[in-house]
Design a protein around this ligand. Structure first.
Ligand SMILES: C[S@@+](CC[C@H](N)C(=O)[O-])C[C@H]1O[C@@H](n2cnc3c(N)ncnc32)[C@H](O)[C@@H]1O
Length: 216
């Protein structure tokens, strides 16, 4: 097992049982929740959706519940995060999410298998090279006409919001966060075959929508 995989597995083994507490601000302010906004963006068509690093399924669940025709596959390295996801899916009686333990840098899917990919609150965890390796894999498994939605931290907004995030980053998140917050997503996604079409700001985060380019 590689060093990064060992670290990620340990971190989320420790966090899994109380990971969903990080969503409390979104429960208090549902209008500012990027996960609910994402669910509204995806049509209720027979789409194959890949949730990369699905964690406890907090983004996939609202999508699956709003769109019964979507078929969602969620992959993650952490068996403990997947166990929490499985429990939530079962309790809510959701039938259109399938979970798989899989490394997102080496997916076992065919080229162009998915119409849509989602990556929420996962890319900031990863060093640049690892993040790019995952985005290249996502580009491979998403159809040429497909879409990618990314939800991740954005340190923009009110003084209170950015101050809360600064404290949170110091306690919980990796040291490369300042670098992550400066990424030019249009340029970065262009380099792996996606064109950014929209960026919306929500509480603590932004939701980036991108279309898969015909090339490369
Ligand atoms: C911060 S959590 C985000 C979970 C979820 N997507 C959400 O929105 O709350 C990051 C997740 O990424 C997973 N992860 C990190 N690197 C991974 C990799 N290479 N392959 C699969 N999962 C990975 C971790 O196990 C963890 O569950």
């Amino acid at each position: 097992m590689q060093e990064y995989e060992r670290k990620i597995k340990l971190k989320f083994k420790l966090l899994a049982t109380f990971y969903d507490m990080f969503d409390i601000p979104y429960m208090i302010k549902p209008d500012s929740n990027p996960r609910l906004a994402l669910a509204k963006k995806i049509p209720d068509d027979a789409l194959r959706i890949l949730d990369v690093c699905i964690g406890t399924a907090s983004s996939s669940l609202p999508v699956a519940q709003a769109n019964s025709h979507n078929q969602i596959t969620g992959i993650d390295l952490s068996p403990e995060m997947l166990a929490v996801a499985e429990n939530k899916i079962r309790k809510r009686g959701v039938k259109n999410i399938t979970l798989m333990e899989m490394d997102a840098t080496q997916m076992s899917f065919d080229d162009g298998e998915f119409d849509v990919a989602i990556i929420s609150f996962a890319l900031h965890e990863l060093e640049y090279e690892l993040m790019m390796a995952i985005l290249k894999e996502v580009s491979r498994v998403v159809k040429k006409s497909g879409q990618l939605f990314i939800i991740d931290f954005a340190k923009e907004g009110s003084w209170l919001e950015t101050s809360v995030l600064s404290i949170y980053f110091k306690i919980v998140e990796p040291k490369h966060i300042p670098q992550f917050l400066r990424y030019d997503w249009s340029e970065l996604l262009q380099s792996v075959g996606f064109q950014v079409t929209d960026t919306e700001k929500y509480l603590f985060a932004k939701l980036i929508s991108a279309d898969r380019n015909a090339a490369p």
